[in-house]
Design a protein around this ligand. Structure first.
Ligand code: COA
Length: 265
């Protein structure tokens, strides 16, 4: 697929998607959101891809938010639709069925922070800054941020970020659990790639089931989640990967995993 606002490459079953508007700090305009939707729809069923890394072009920004120019025309109805459509794109990423690692290489503000939140793992460079500054524009986060941020770092901390519009640096983001790891900027993509390779080396059916089970925590009670966990666990026990993984351990050798198809991910 040819994109104007995204770069895309696949190497050893790991896709890298780069939001590529560095002169606008990778702000998400309508075209970028539409291309993200199309590209991630393709990646979902692309059987050559096991793990995705999402990052921003340049050394200053991951994504500095939604493109503010495009906000100015919104009214009650179109604003609601704008938010819902953006949520759909970010939901697609969260429910991709394959791990998405955000390599946050600078500002992750507004929709940029929300985009990182929709990913499954976040690795930040030391210069990364996170924030939900929408309150400064007279709006609230509209791409799932009020929901995902509170679920990830707790309501109190999410409230503070959303109500003050303050930015936090990478170390503070690590301390509050917003990111998994902080590394020097020069090491960011290699670190993300190493984690992606580690995951790509596992049985992908189990990876997919793990994503499903952990994603459920956002919407289910403990007992509902555990019921689903038991069901997914049972599904895993019915796979060749399970037989192979346990046999390989007992025979002290590396497992040879199946490559699942992702049509129904
Ligand atoms: N939407 C549209 N354009 C944006 C943008 C956004 N969210 N964020 C940055 N840009 C553009 C700037 O307008 C500028 O474009 P120009 O060169 O044509 O004037 C360019 O990106 C560089 O940004 P600039 O503000 O000059 O960089 P800076 O280093 O001085 O400041 C930020 C960096 C991130 C602090 C600042 O750009 C900013 O506050 N951006 C908006 C963040 C925000 O509110 N996001 C949530 C939106 S809902």
């Amino acid at each position: 697929m040819t994109c104007q606002t995204l770069l895309f490459s696949v190497n050893s079953r790991i896709a890298t998607v780069t939001i590529n508007r560095p002169d606008k700090l990778n702000a998400l305009n309508g075209q970028a959101k539409s291309e993200l939707r199309s590209l991630f729809t393709e990646i979902k069923t692309d059987n050559t891809v096991d793990v995705v890394i999402l990052t921003g072009a340049g050394d200053k920004a991951f994504v500095a938010g939604t493109d503010i120019k495009e906000l100015t025309v919104l009214n009650k109805e179109t604003g609601r639709e704008f938010s819902s459509k953006g949520q759909e794109v970010f939901d697609l990423i969260e429910n991709l069925g394959k791990p998405v690692i955000a390599a946050v290489n600078g500002y992750a503000l507004g929709g940029g922070c929300e985009l990182a939140l929709a990913c499954h793992i976040r690795i930040a460079s030391e210069n990364a800054k996170f924030g939900q500054p929408e309150v400064n524009l007279g709006i609230i986060p509209g791409y799932g941020g009020t929901q995902r941020l509170a679920r990830l770092i707790g309501r109190g901390r999410a409230m503070e970020l959303i109500l003050t519009g303050n930015q936090i640096d990478a170390q503070e983001a690590l301390r509050v659990g917003l990111v998994n790891k902080v590394v020097p900027q020069a090491d960011l993509l290699n670190t993300a790639m190493a984690m992606a390779q580690l995951i790509a080396g596992k049985g992908q059916i189990a990876v997919r089931m793990s994503l499903k089970a952990v994603n459920m925590t956002a919407e289910s009670t403990l007992s509902e989640g555990q019921e689903r966990e038991a069901s997914l666990f049972g599904d895993c026990c019915d796979t060749a990967d399970f037989k192979e993984g346990t046999a390989a351990f007992l025979e002290k050798r590396k497992p040879q995993w199946d490559k699942p198809t992702f049509k129904n991910a």
